[in-house]
Design a binder for this molecule. Structure first.
Ligand code: GTP
Length: 351
């Protein structure tokens, strides 16, 4: 069975991540200085994938622009645009049609917002030896009540795709879908072309009804859904510190400081922080677990923890901020409590 092609689902609006996704789609957000998409493609290449389709819709032009300038990924990468979003199921069919798969060919499909250390090569090996129609990466969670659940039998065959449980009796497993699928061409052809649908809620349950065998590949390595601001910030810090591996991060570091960034005397930057090109960190500032975007500026003596500072935004001297998300082009002159998100072009002052 041939498996050298992949589809990245990158067309969502990323509403939970606003304001970070107002100007760029979620998969293009930098984690450890490079787009989530780039890390995912590097992982795909490491297991023998050489052709990748980006299934886009929201802000599709941002992907094409990135693609035109990137030169470090060794794969043939294309962008397919859905004029109207097709949902995750419809998007797979649409991108697969573009890939023109052979009869016996299968594809890797990744949710474009997942950071995962799972062993994709092993998943592929299990899938090939099973001879089954599809494989889905599963992880176990400590709070199954918050997720759709995926029980399997003793042979790792998926039994059902259950909606989020509404009572304790419905929690019959703690396994959830981790967003990496291996799909045979035969399975993909079951998805109606041009029709919006969800792979998890529509396609997989229908496949089970039609007796297709789906393998659950349980691998509890590092897994993080980067769908919310704090998981995104965490994911970036984890990559910098190599708590999860990416072929694009050569070695473990306390912080990633761009050669065109400036960190003043006495400042300390650690905890997997990223200081992007043109950013400035003032004298004696302390920055931990944070992302400072291009041309942002942190004043002298500022303490900034587990936060995101957007492009061209500035934090005034001596402020202390924890778990805040500040959009692009903001000026922050006052302390704000943890959990606050500031939309772009806002100035916060004490009157
Ligand atoms: P929220 O709006 O915050 O829920 O985020 P999202 O819709 O961007 O992401 P969600 O977790 O719902 O989707 C999982 C993955 O599928 C993400 O990488 C999305 O980019 C992608 N995705 C979701 N809907 C579509 C779609 O209609 N078309 C395509 N091509 N991709 C999609």
């Amino acid at each position: 069975m041939k498996l050298t092609k992949a589809i990245l689902l990158v067309g969502g609006e990323g509403t939970r991540l606003r304001p970070l996704t107002l100007n760029q789609p979620k998969p293009m957000l930098p984690v450890a200085g490079l787009p989530i998409t780039a890390h995912q493609i590097a992982k795909l290449v490491s297991v023998g994938v050489n052709e990748v389709v980006l299934a886009t819709s929201y802000q599709a032009a941002v992907f094409s622009k990135w693609l035109a300038t990137q030169d470090y990924l060794d794969a043939n990468i294309s962008v397919v645009v859905e004029e109207n979003p097709l949902g995750t199921g419809g998007a797979i069919r649409n991108a697969a049609d573009y890939l023109n798969l052979d009869e016996d060919e299968s594809v890797v499909v990744l949710n474009g917002d997942v950071l995962s250390g799972h062993n994709l090569a092993n998943q592929i090996t299990q899938f090939k030896s099973s001879g089954w129609s599809a494989s889905i990466h599963l992880v176990t969670v400590t709070n199954p009540a918050a997720f759709g659940l995926v029980p399997t039998d003793k042979d790792a065959r998926v039994l059902a795709f259950l909606e989020k449980p509404t009572s304790p009796e419905q929690i019959i497993t703690n396994q959830i879908n981790a967003g990496c699928y291996l799909l045979s061409n035969q399975v993909i052809r079951q998805i109606a072309p041009g029709t919006p649908c969800s792979v998890e809620r529509d396609v997989f349950p229908k496949l089970l009804q039609s007796n297709f065998a789906i393998a659950g590949y349980l691998d509890d390595s590092y897994f993080l859904d980067l769908g919310t601001p704090y998981s995104y910030i965490q994911g970036s810090a984890d990559l910098v510190q190599q708590n999860v591996y990416s072929p694009l991060i050569e070695f473990k570091q306390e912080a990633l400081i761009h050669p065109d960034a400036k960190v003043a005397e006495g400042a300390v930057v650690y905890g997997g922080s990223v200081v992007a090109a043109g950013a400035e960190v003032g004298k004696d500032a302390v920055i931990s677990g944070s992302v400072l975007e291009n041309n942002s500026k942190v004043g002298d003596g500022v303490q900034l923890f587990d936060s995101y500072l957007g492009k061209n935004s500035r934090i005034e001297n001596q402020l202390s901020l924890t778990r805040v998300v500040i959009g692009d082009d903001c000026l922050i002159k006052v302390e704000i409590p943890p959990g606050v998100r500031v939309w772009p072009n806002v100035t916060l002052v004490i009157e």
